[in-house]
Design a protein around this ligand. Structure first.
Ligand SMILES: CC(C)(COP(=O)(O)OP(=O)(O)OC[C@H]1O[C@@H](n2cnc3c(N)ncnc32)[C@H](O)[C@@H]1OP(=O)(O)O)[C@@H](O)C(=O)NCCC(=O)NCCS
Length: 198
């Protein structure tokens, strides 16, 4: 029966690179661990992401890259600007019925619109390549820039939940968001109309 076919995918795992105006998104490799640890070892990042430990050591990056290499769905990307790693973005499938968008950037790269640009690329990729009806995401209530990214990408607020943050060692309130396929495709097609002068 159709229902018995395991969820995702409209694509098989293969190397995939996403290009945006200023960014290249690609699979992280062991050659990137030093750069990843250099960026991620920052309390300002760890305290706003659920699972990043602090301090973040090269061993953490090795473990992470190895785990990603074994992940059949290639949806976690290293973000590069001018061939330099600046952060990570991706979809987490821990709850297959609720794929979750997450991202972080090295502190010196904040405030230039890179977060929004990277998030939009991965959102398009997720809806175009996988048979999913929605994405979820969340931002600490004390994290307006992340909330702003989600809203700019069309996510709608769905409530507040308490989530545990590894680096805090405790739970904290998180604004939860959801982007449905319907809203995403409506936003994508909205820009297609053109005005013709007579
Ligand atoms: C969240 C994060 C990725 C933002 O990246 P960024 O590249 O600086 O984000 P952008 O520039 O694309 O957009 C941020 C938006 O928030 C706005 N913003 C920033 N600080 C703000 C504040 N204090 N109040 C309200 N809006 C704020 C910016 O003006 C921008 O909106 P605009 O484009 O309409 O001006 C980055 O701060 C980060 O890595 N933080 C730590 C990890 C994290 O929070 N991850 C998200 C949790 S999953």
């Amino acid at each position: 029966m159709l229902q018995d076919i395991p969820t995702p995918t409209l694509r098989e795992a293969r190397a995939c690179v996403l290009e945006t105006e200023r960014l290249t998104l690609r699979r992280p490799t062991l050659a990137d661990v030093k750069a990843i640890a250099g960026l991620a070892n920052d309390r300002r990042i760890a305290e706003n992401t659920r699972r990043l430990p602090h301090p973040y050591l090269q061993d953490h990056a090795v473990e992470f890259v190895r785990a990603m290499a074994n992940e059949p769905r290639e949806t976690v990307f290293l973000i590069e600007n001018n061939h330099t790693p600046i952060g990570m973005v991706g979809v987490d499938w821990r709850q297959p019925e609720a794929p979750e968008l997450g991202y972080w950037l090295g502190f010196e790269h904040w405030g230039q619109g890179f977060g929004t640009e990277a998030a939009r690329a991965v959102i398009d990729f997720a809806f175009e390549e996988f048979d999913i009806e929605h994405l979820i995401s969340g931002a600490r209530v004390a994290n307006p820039s992340s909330r702003n990214i989600l809203e700019k990408c069309g996510f709608q607020w769905s409530g507040v939940e308490l989530h545990r943050f590894e680096a805090l060692g405790s739970s904290t309130p998180v604004d939860c968001f959801r982007l449905t396929r319907g809203v995403w495709s409506s936003l994508k097609s909205w820009g297609n109309s053109t005005r013709r002068e007579r």
